[in-house]
Design a protein around this ligand. Structure first.
Ligand code: HEC
Ligand code: HEC
Length: 290
């Protein structure tokens, strides 16, 4: 916060408190005697001109004193307060406490292999909680994914399902790069190669177009998706011959993929999660697919 806004807030707050206090005491005493009225009449009911009852007045005074005390201890504007309390500090203190409590547990798992950790019930319960707070927003709480977000419970992998490959995915993240093909293949070419993808995945297709599409495939697609369309985990290129689809396997979806290209991104976790937590999560993902 700049000192201008800090000063502004402090001034505004101090003024409000002073004004409230003045209002309270200015109305405390009146020159009227017991039983005098203010002269206001509503439907024949008159208003007495009595001061506030003492208990009520003191309740107001007490809340003002409490308010001022609160600001002195907890701060206002840039003034940190006598306690120096902030939400961030409290959060950090709680995290440090949790780390101290759990770090021996994490260290024990870190010394085990991913396969071993995946067998450990307690580790999997801890990892499940980590998954829910760090991964479920994209992969779903059941880890079954959604369009563009891979299902982690099957044995079909973009980037490989070996323990070390999963760990690399988590640590560094992954950036898939499938270019768009409309400029190169034109509309007909996209049609043809789509029919070929339908053919490879064993779906209903136009045979003549698929034959033309196969040529495009050999020229443009083979380098990443492989000669038989089985994919390549080095590039995250999916297998096109099965019925597992990241973006959908209908004619319309395949064409959309080919026209627009696809660039799925798995965010790197190394800056957000400790190495021990990533180890646990890698074991969790490995276990899901078993
Ligand atoms: C440079 C490498 C590369 C080339 C060349 C390439 N692809 Fe891809 N392709 C990928 C990657 C990587 C993905 C995954 C994209 C993602 O995960 O966001 C992909 C995804 C796809 C998908 C979506 C699969 C799904 O499960 O939804 C289809 C279909 C596809 N490619 C077909 C083709 C065809 C046909 C060609 C040739 C015209 C081609 N690709 C050329 C790398 C490539
Ligand atoms: C912002 C969304 C997002 C978050 C958060 C996220 N992921 Fe991903 N993840 C993706 C996307 C998108 C891909 C697919 C990348 C691609 O297209 O190649 C992916 C891919 C993966 C893969 C590779 C799957 C394969 O078939 O090879 C694994 C494993 C994975 N994520 C695990 C996790 C775990 C564990 C977490 C939590 C620490 C996590 N992800 C958090 C979006 C996310």
């Amino acid at each position: 916060m700049t000192s201008f806004w800090s000063g502004w807030i402090i001034l505004l707050t101090a003024f409000t408190i002073a004004a409230t206090t003045w209002l309270l005491f200015a109305n405390r005493y009146s020159t009227s005697k017991e039983g005098d009225t203010t002269g206001h009449v509503y439907d024949g009911i008159e208003e007495y001109d009595n001061p506030l009852p003492a208990w009520w007045l003191w309740l107001f005074v007490l809340s003002i004193v409490f308010g001022v005390g609160y600001l002195i201890f907890y701060g206002l504007g840039n003034y940190p307060g006598l306690f120096g309390w902030t939400q961030t500090k409290q959060y950090e203190a709680e995290m440090a406490e949790a780390d101290a409590k759990y770090s021996p547990v994490y260290e024990r798992y870190a010394a085990m292999t991913i396969e071993e950790v995946a067998e450990d019930q307690q580790a999997m319960r801890m990892a499940g909680r980590l998954f829910n707070s760090n991964c479920a927003q994209c992969h779903g709480s059941d880890a079954k994914g959604n369009r563009g977000y891979p299902n982690l419970t099957d044995s079909d992998w973009l980037w490989g399902g070996e323990p070390e490959q999963i760990k690399t995915t988590l640590v560094n993240g992954r950036q898939a790069a499938m270019p768009g093909w409309e400029a190169v293949l034109k509309e007909t070419g996209v049609h043809e190669v789509s029919e070929y993808v339908l053919k490879m995945s064993g779906q209903e297709h136009d045979a003549a177009m698929a034959t033309a599409g196969e040529k495009h495939y050999q020229t443009y697609c083979l380098a990443c998706h492989g000669p038989e369309g089985k994919g390549n985990p080095m590039m995250g290129a999916p297998n096109l011959t099965d019925d597992v689809w990241l973006y959908g396997g209908t004619r319309m979806r395949i064409r959309e993929t080919l026209i627009k290209g696809r660039n799925g991104q798995m965010p790197a976790q190394q800056d957000t999660l400790s190495a021990e937590k990533i180890h646990l999560l890698a074991a969790y993902v490995y276990n899901l697919a078993q």
